[in-house]
Design a protein around this ligand. Structure first.
Ligand SMILES: Cc1ncc(COP(=O)(O)O)c(C=O)c1O
Length: 428
C-alpha cells in the first residue's frame, strides 16, 4: 500500500541518531493535575461527538480519548519520521549567546529542519497512515496560512492516498507559492468557500468574493468528508495531535542527556498548542522544577485576556466544545504574519497547566517579534517562522532579564520562515 520500500534504508542515520527517535509517543492526559474535562456536544441538530466517530481515523479517535501514557509508534511511521528529517537537531545557540552576552546557555530544537519546514508533519504522517490503513483513498482538511495543508499533502502522498485541502480564499490568493507546494506534493487545493460543498455554495451565492475563514474551511472539509466517506485530519488542539507532537520533547530529552544538560527554562509559541505541548510536556514530566513559558501573539491574547471555559473548537461550531482558554469562537484576530497563532483558544491540556500555574505565559507583539527574527537570522543563520519568532522574542527577553544567571534555556523553533519573508517587507 505504501509507496516506499520499507526494506530499504531510508536515511543514512547513525545508530545513535536513530535511537534519538523515540519508540513511544507520550500522552500527558494521565499526568495532568486534574482530570481533563471531556469534550461536550454543541446544541446543534447533529451530535458533534458522534461526528468525530464518523470522520476521524479510528486509531486517532482511540488516541484522543485514552488514558494510556505511552503509545508505541508503529515501525512504518518511525521509518517515515527518519525520511522527513527526524531526529531534528538540538543546537547550542552560541551566536545568540554571544550577541546577548549571556552567562548561561541557550539551545534550540529546530523543527524547521523537516522536509516541509515545520512540526506539522509530525502528526500529519500518523493521521494519514491510519486513514490509509482503514482503506480510505483520500483525506481532507482545511488550511489557513498553508503549513498544515502542506504537511497533509505530503503525508497523504507518503501513505499512497490523495489529499483534498480547502484553503482560506484570501490566503489562496495571497500565497500562490503555498498552493504550489501543496500541489507539488499531490494535494488538490480549493479556495474556500468553494462550490464543492453546500456550505460553500450558500456563502458564494451571497458573496461571490467571500474571503473565507478557518471556520468556513473546517465546515467545508467536514461536509466533504461526510459526503464522500473520507477521513478528516486535525492540525492542532486535539489530545491526539499533542501526543504525536511529543516526539519533539522526547527527542530533546535524549539530546540534552547526551549534551549532559538539564534545562532550567523551556519556551515555545502557542497557536492551538501542538508544538508547545509536544515540546514541553515530556520535559515537564522529567524535570519537575523546570520553568515553562508559553508565548502567544499580543494580538491574540488568549491567556492574558481570554477566559478558561467551555468553548467551540471552531468558528463554524461543527466540532465539539472543549474546556480551554478562549477569546471566544467569534474573536476575529488582527491580520498578523504569524497566521498559525491566529486561533482563539488553546489545547485543553495546556490550558489546564496554565490555569494551575505550571506554565507561565507571555504576549509578544509583531514589532518585537520581527526584531527577534532578525537577531536570530544574523546570529544563527536561520530565518525562523513568524510563529516561532514569538518564542524567540520571549527567549531573548528572558535572557536579557537574567543576563548574569547561568541558566540553560531551551527554545522550540517550530518552523522556518523562508516562505514568509513578506513579514520583513515594510520593515526598516
Ligand atoms: C511554524 C508554526 N509554528 C507554530 C504554529 C502554531 O500551531 P500550534 O500551536 O498548534 O503548534 C503553526 C501553525 O500553523 C506553524 O505553522
Amino acid at each position: 500500500m505504501f509507496i516506499y520500500d520499507t526494506l530499504m534504508p531510508i536515511n543514512m542515520l547513525s545508530s545513535q541518531e536513530k535511537e534519538l527517535i523515540p519508540e513511544n509517543w507520550y500522552n500527558v492526559v494521565p499526568d495532568l493535575p486534574e482530570q481533563l474535562p471531556p469534550p461536550i456536544d454543541n446544541e446543534a441538530e447533529r451530535s458533534s461527538i458522534e461526528l468525530l466517530n464518523r470522520i476521524l481515523p479510528k486509531e486517532v479517535l482511540r488516541q484522543e480519548f485514552t488514558f494510556q501514557r505511552y503509545m508505541k509508534i508503529p515501525d512504518d511511521i518511525r521509518e517515515i519520521y527518519e525520511q522527513i528529517g527526524r531526529p531534528t537537531p538540538l543546537v547550542r545557540a552560541r551566536g545568540l549567546e554571544q550577541f546577548l552576552d549571556y552567562s548561561g546557555k541557550i539551545y534550540f530544537k529546530y523543527e524547521g529542519a523537516t522536509v516541509t519546514g515545520s512540526h506539522k508533519i509530525n502528526t500529519a504522517i500518523p493521521q494519514a497512515i491510519y486513514a490509509a490503513k482503514e482503506g480510505v483513498q483520500k483525506v481532507v482538511t482545511e488550511t489557513g496560512a498553508g503549513q498544515w495543508g502542506t504537511a497533509t499533502s505530503v503525508a497523504a502522498s507518503f501513505a499512497g492516498i490523495k489529499a483534498k485541502i480547502f484553503m482560506v480564499r484570501i490566503s489562496y490568493q495571497q500565497k500562490p507559492l503555498r498552493k504550489k507546494i501543496m500541489e507539488l506534493y499531490g494535494g488538490t487545493v480549493s479556495p474556500s468557500p468553494s462550490d464543492e460543498t453546500r456550505f460553500g455554495r450558500n456563502l458564494l451565492k451571497d458573496n461571490p468574493d467571500h474571503p473565507g475563514s478557518l471556520g468556513i474551511g473546517i465546515g467545508e472539509a467536514v461536509e466533504y468528508a461526510l459526503d464522500h466517506d473520507l477521513r478528516y485530519l486535525v492540525g492542532s488542539v486535539f489530545n491526539s495531535v499533542l501526543t504525536h507532537q511529543s516526539i519533539i520533547g522526547l527527542e530533546t530529552e535524549k539530546q540534552l542527556e547526551i549534551a549532559g544538560e538539564e534545562p532550567d527554562v523551556l519556551i515555545g509559541c502557542v497557536g492551538g498548542g501542538s508544538n508547545f505541548g509536544g515540546f514541553s510536556f515530556p520535559l515537564i514530566k522529567k524535570f519537575k522544577e523546570v520553568e515553562v513559558i508559553a508565548s502567544t501573539a499580543a494580538e491574540v491574547p488568549k491567556f492574558s485576556h481570554g477566559e478558561y471555559k467551555y468553548d467551540y473548537v471552531d468558528t463554524a461550531r461543527i466540532l465539539p466544545s472543549v474546556k480551554m482558554y478562549s477569546l471566544g469562537a467569534d474573536f476575529v484576530p488582527e491580520k498578523i504574519y504569524a497566521g498559525g497563532l491566529r486561533y482563539h483558544g488553546a489545547a485543553p491540556s495546556l490550558s489546564m497547566l496554565v490555569k494551575t500555574g505550571r506554565v507561565a505565559t507571555r504576549d509578544e507583539d509583531e514589532n518585537h517579534v520581527i526584531q527577534a527574527l532578525k537577531i536570530f537570522s544574523k546570529t544563527q543563520g536561520i530565518v525562523a517562522a513568524p510563529e516561532s519568532g514569538h518564542a524567540l522574542a520571549s527567549a531573548i527577553d528572558y535572557v536579557r532579564k537574567h543576563k548574569h544567571e547561568k541558566k540553560t534555556v531551551v527554545v522550540n523553533v517550530s518552523g522556518h520562515g523562508l516562505l514568509d519573508l513578506s513579514i520583513f517587507r515594510d520593515d526598516k
